[in-house]
Design a protein around this ligand. Structure first.
Ligand SMILES: Cc1cc2nc3c(=O)[nH]c(=O)nc-3n(C[C@H](O)[C@H](O)[C@H](O)COP(=O)(O)O)c2cc1C
Length: 200
């Protein structure tokens, strides 16, 4: 079982930190993870040429490398900072440019998917970024993992916030976010095992 954890921040900071914790938690459950930093890949904005309707792309850049990694994974996690209530530009380019996979007979279908979002403000639009990722995931035919351990005390998604009670701090001090990663890993594993035959 392989997990691809995509860091959609241009930095190694809050978003990557939560992905690193997830990698550790998945390892405990015997799922190997690779963190892919999107900033290392040159993926241009979609030009809207619609070549992807035939499963192709008119731009020859690193989208092909990243899509190959996504194809090889059972589990895909996209981590993104909230940028104006949505995903980062790096992630948006990945989403748009991966349309060719969808148009190639749903090539990435049945991956287990989870969103991880960080935001500056406690109420700065992070859940819109989550929704954007969920709509994308549904469009790719992915199976979405949320947190299901304790519906009373846990949120449904991992959202890391850097606004604290007394000012700004790293997401490393967001105990709620950190504590939500292990139950997410558990759910990812549960779904990945239950749906293994769909990806073989
Ligand atoms: C261009 C830009 C736009 C942002 N927009 C928002 C926003 O709409 N809401 C919010 O809460 N934080 C916003 N932030 C703050 C980031 O979401 C926050 O600092 C996040 O943790 C950064 O993640 P990183 O450390 O992984 O890069 C924005 C930051 C940048 C650079």
């Amino acid at each position: 079982m392989k997990a691809l954890l995509i860091n959609g921040s241009p930095k190694n900071r809050n978003t990557r930190f939560l992905l690193e914790i997830l990698a550790e938690e998945l390892k405990k459950l015997e799922i190997n993870s690779e963190i892919l930093d999107l900033y290392n890949y040159n993926i241009s904005t979609c030009k809207g040429c619609d070549a992807c309707l035939k499963g192709e792309c008119s731009q020859k850049d690193d989208i092909f490398v990243v899509l190959r990694r996504m194809e090889e994974a059972d589990v895909i996690v996209i981590g993104t900072p909230t940028y104006f209530g949505n995903v980062s530009g790096l992630v948006k380019n990945l989403m748009d440019r991966s349309r060719m996979a969808k148009m190639s007979d749903m090539k990435l279908k049945n991956k287990i998917f989870a969103p991880i979002v960080t935001s500056g403000l406690r109420h700065g639009g992070a859940e819109f970024a989550i929704m954007s990722l969920i709509v994308y995931a549904i469009s790719q035919g992915w199976i979405i993992a949320g947190i299901t351990d304790n519906p009373i005390s846990q949120g449904a998604f991992v959202v890391g916030v850097i606004q604290g009670d007394t000012g700004w701090r790293s997401v490393k001090k967001d105990e709620i976010a950190k504590n939500s990663v292990a139950p997410l890993a558990k759910r990812i594993k549960e779904l990945a095992e239950a749906t293994k035959n769909l990806r073989s």
